[in-house]
Every structure is written in structure tokens, then in C-alpha cells.
Write a protein that binds this ligand. Structure first.
Ligand code: ZN
Length: 264
């Protein structure tokens, strides 16, 4: 049974009709790498199979849905961290350390920006006083008031970008790791709407399918999953080189923009 409902993924809203889409979850998410248009999904009358196809004139991108889903699944697995319990402890420690490091910077930055805001308020007060005391004329007053207001807007925007501290960090990281380790399983077992949510959560700008190389690519990966894949790279190298007992996770250079994601 299909029904329409509103989903929000990272600030985008879309009505989704679940009725005919369960077989083609990459619809409205997957674009043709050659022309940049969304691939359309259709069911072939001949074999009753679903396909994704580019409708641009001359573009020959046409691929069976199940094969394209495995290409996508491969891509998804790069950002999935499947690790042992012992390794998980190390990863949690590492993530907490990275988070704290980032958070120190966040606290410093917001203190600095709040200082700038206070300075600006003083300037604005002083401007009003000068105008009232007729030290400056109306034109001057308007000109500077506008300038200060714009500065204020700019500073407030910077402040909003810094983000907030995550409470229950251990719990949060644990559930994020569990979620990350099951990306592919969760994707396979979900319905259309949940698949779409997960797709946009990991790849906020969607993905492109290249017919010639038979590969998917994306321009943007959620920084949490990027971080996961970098940890995965580090862990795999370590695993090859060293015996299990000597494993450790080296301090990673903190990436800018590691933003927490809430697993659905
Ligand atoms: Zn195309």
C-alpha cells in the first residue's frame, strides 16, 4: 500500500509516494554522469524487470535496477565500519578524543565570536549616543548603522555554524558505530522512504552513475561517514602489518567539519 508523506533530509523536504517505488529506491537520487540528469525508473514489459534510464536525447545510459543496486551497495560499504568488539573499544576512544579536540576548538571559536558581538554592540550604542548628541548627522548615522547591522549578521552566521556540544557522547558514538557497521543491511531491509533517507544521509548531494566505467561517484559524503572510512583505512593497514595484540588506533588529524549524525 502506498502513501504520501513528507520527509526531511538535512533541510530538504520532499513528498514521497511509497506505492510504486520499492523496487527503484535510487529514483530521484541517482543522476546520469554524462549529462547530469536524474535517471528515470521503468519496468520493462519484455522481462518484467526494473531499469534506470537516462531520458536525455542521445544518452544511452540504461541499466538494470538490480545490477545498479549492487554497484551502489559496493559504494555504500566503503563507508561502513565492520569491526570486532575489541576494535570497537579503540575506535570509540579515538572518536571521543577527536571529538574533544574539535570541541576545544569550538569553545575557543565561540568565545572569540561572542567577544566580537559584544564589541559590535558597544559600537552601535556609541553610534546612537553620537547621533543624539548631534556629533554626527542622519546620513552618517544611517550609513554606520547599516554597516554594523551587516557585520552583526555575518558574525551571527559564523556562530551558528560552530554547532553544539553532543550530550551522552559515549552512547551517541556507540549507536553511530553500530549504525555505520550495518549500513548495507539497513539499506537492504528498508522500504523506499527509509532507503532514501539513508541514501541522502550518507550522500547528501546524491550520486552519479557512469555507464562506461559501470561505477557510481558522488561529490559529497557526510563527514561522519568520511571519518568512518578513513578509520577503516587505518585499521585495515594496521591489521595487515601488526599482530592483533599490538593494534592501536593512531591519533588522526581532526578533519574540519566532522558533524554528528543521528542514526534513524
Ligand atoms: Zn544522460
Amino acid at each position: 500500500m502506498g502513501y504520501d508523506f513528507l520527509v526531511s533530509v538535512q533541510g530538504r523536504y520532499a513528498f514521497i509516494n511509497t506505492s510504486k517505488n520499492d523496487d527503484v529506491p535510487l529514483k530521484r537520487f541517482l543522476k546520469c554522469d554524462e549529462c547530469g540528469k536524474y535517471l528515470r525508473a521503468y519496468k520493462a514489459t519484455k522481462n518484467q524487470e526494473y531499469y534506470y534510464k537516462c531520458n536525455s536525447p542521445g544518452c544511452k545510459c540504461n541499466k538494470r535496477a538490480d545490477s545498479l543496486h549492487s554497484v551502489f551497495d559496493n559504494m555504500l560499504s566503503k563507508y561502513s565500519l565492520d569491526i570486532s568488539e575489541e576494535m570497537k573499544v579503540l575506535v570509540v576512544e579515538q572518536m571521543i578524543a577527536t571529538y574533544n579536540q574539535l570541541n576545544e576548538q569550538r569553545v575557543d571559536d565561540s568565545a572569540k565570536i561572542e567577544g566580537q558581538l559584544r564589541e559590535l554592540s558597544k559600537k552601535m550604542e556609541r553610534l546612537e549616543v553620537r547621533y543624539i548628541e548631534e556629533e554626527i548627522n542622519k546620513d552618517m548615522f544611517d550609513k554606520y548603522r547599516l554597516k554594523y547591522r551587516e557585520e552583526k549578521k555575518e558574525i551571527e552566521m559564523q556562530l551558528s555554524k560552530i554547532g553544539k556540544k553532543v550530550s551522552n557522547l559515549d552512547q551517541f558514538i556507540n549507536s553511530a558505530i553500530v549504525f555505520s557497521s550495518k549500513l548495507s543491511i539497513v539499506w537492504h531491509s528498508s522500504d523506499f522512504a527509509r532507503k532514501q533517507l539513508l541514501q541522502f544521509l550518507v550522500f547528501p548531494d546524491g550520486i552519479y552513475y557512469n555507464r562506461k566505467s559501470d561505477e557510481c561517484r558522488t561529490q559529497k559524503v557526510n563527514s561522519f561517514f568520511l571519518y568512518m572510512s578513513s578509520l577503516k583505512g587505518v585499521l585495515e593497514k594496521k591489521e595487515k602489518r601488526e599482530p592483533q595484540s599490538e593494534l592501536y588506533v593512531p591519533s588522526l588529524v581532526a578533519r574540519t567539519g566532522v558533524e554528528p549524525v543521528i542514526p534513524p
